[in-house]
Design a protein around this ligand. Structure first.
Ligand code: SAH
Ligand code: TYD
Length: 402
């Protein structure tokens, strides 16, 4: 395949096998038409971008029944308020400010600009979550962002001071189109700020469940610098985040427009030290994934043999990769509990484990809870004292302690 960024010929270094749509929770009568593709990550030696070889059509994933609502996590609500406050403090000065967010979902971040009377626009293709955003006073356009959308926005609203995003850049296969859109949309001194799950954290924790259909890319500072450089942007700041199991906030401006923080040099040096630009790092990652799979299946089989009930906690997109790669179905996991109403009563993609309400977990505690929403570990542990107190055990697919 050709690298999606620099078009160099690249080879995938492993396969997670046949995968369904990670957020494709479904009813029994939909099993027959369930969509599968082969999940194969690849690494480009030229621009250092980690990517997946095949991605299903984005319209299969982002539509009026999109299952992910950002507001389901209290911690993420706090995070996005802090993100918005930080942007206002450090990157938005002057009058007539205009902020655009790509993938604004239910308005979890933009509402904190709306509340301050700042002109804003969310660009969000999933109509159901966009509707929720509007309920919160967030001006939202139901559309995929790209260079044409950027031109339409400039024609209607003028150029923007900041183009923001969270957990969406890594979803967009045509990143060159996004970079071009940013080039058109931003004022001369405007900033492009986004955060996404971080490659350095994924390699370190062997959190291979970050890889699924929606995540076409897992970024590092090295790759982000290369992706945006042809469009005249440079990295001016980097801020590691705890969200999604280890993320990075990237801040870019037009070359020479802003001073560069010392964090950029420091983090790029740390990435080189961790070998993020070397193919052998990914060979080792493949071996670590295989060892992680073997361990999880062994632990679950032991639970079953001991007659212990195991329930999944959080029907995350990430769990779709774990369950399908490890071939774990309802024979090992009785059900998955999740607080999102649209997922409840359905079955998990590919392996068809029932998804039930949070009440189903609370009312009949299992012996062991397999924490799929491990990125929300702190929030979950704070509220699940009672489960542990009556003897409940937690399990994770990660072997490293968080
Ligand atoms: N920013 C939110 C939502 C992340 S989920 C958060 O961090 O919680 C990714 C969102 O991006 C989804 O709501 C999806 O519909 C949207 N999306 C996917 N592709 C997009 C594109 N090309 N342009 C704009 N939004 C997109
Ligand atoms: P998320 O962290 O966004 O993961 P992904 O991006 O992999 O989908 O999703 C968290 C899921 O876990 C979401 O479906 C809601 C659910 N959840 C619970 O069921 N209980 C909780 O306490 C929390 C925090 C999340």
């Amino acid at each position: 395949m050709k690298c999606r960024i620099c078009h160099t010929e690249i080879q995938s270094f492993m396969s997670f096998g046949k995968m369904p749509i990670a957020n494709g929770f479904l009813n029994e009568d939909e099993y027959e038409n369930e969509y599968f593709f082969e999940l194969k990550p690849a690494f480009c030696k030229e621009c250092f971008t980690f990517q997946i070889e095949e991605q299903p059509d984005p319209e299969q994933m982002f539509h009026e029944n999109y299952a992910f609502f950002s507001r389901t996590s209290r911690f993420m609500q706090q995070h996005f308020k802090a993100y918005a406050d930080w942007v206002r403090k450090h990157h938005l000065q002057g009058d007539d400010l205009f902020v655009v967010e790509i993938g604004s979902n239910d308005g979890i971040m933009l509402e904190h600009f709306a509340n301050h009377g700042i002109r804003h626009l969310g660009v969000e293709p999933s109509a159901n979550v966009a509707k929720e955003a509007r309920k919160h006073g967030v001006n939202t356009m139901v559309r995929f962002f790209g260079s044409e959308t950027a031109d339409e926005i400039v024609a209607e609203y003028g150029q923007a001071n900041a183009l923001l995003a969270a957990n969406v850049m890594c979803h967009i296969p045509d990143l060159n189109g996004i970079a071009k859109g940013a080039e058109h949309l931003l004022k001369k001194d405007g900033v492009l700020i986004f955060e996404d799950p971080y490659l350095g954290s994924m390699i370190e924790k062997v959190s291979y469940d970050q890889i699924y259909d929606e995540h076409v890319f897992i970024f590092s500072a090295l790759s982000v610098a290369n992706i945006f450089a042809p469009y005249g942007f440079e990295l001016i700041d980097l801020l590691p985040q705890k969200t999604h199991g280890g993320s990075m906030r990237y801040v870019l401006s037009r070359r020479g427009e802003r001073s560069i923080s010392s964090a950029v040099l420091k983090i790029v040096a740390a990435e080189k030290k961790a070998g993020l630009e070397l193919p052998k790092t990914y060979e080792r990652f493949r071996e670590n994934c295989a060892a992680s799979k073997e361990r999880l299946v062994r632990l679950l089989t032991k639970e079953k043999e001991a007659g212990r009930r195991v329930v999944g906690y959080g029907a995350t997109s990430k769990s779709t990769t774990i369950l399908n790669y490890c071939d774990i179905g309802p024979e090992l996991i009785e059900f998955i509990s999740d607080t999102t109403p649209i997922k409840q009563g359905k079955y998990s993609p590919g392996m068809h484990i029932p998804v039930k309400s949070y009440a189903a977990f609370m009312e009949d505690y299992p012996d062991t809870a397999l924490l799929f929403a491990w990125n929300h570990q702190k929030e979950i542990m704070e509220k699940e004292d009672a489960f542990g107190a009556q003897g409940g055990q937690w399990m994770m697919h990660l072997s490293k302690k968080l």
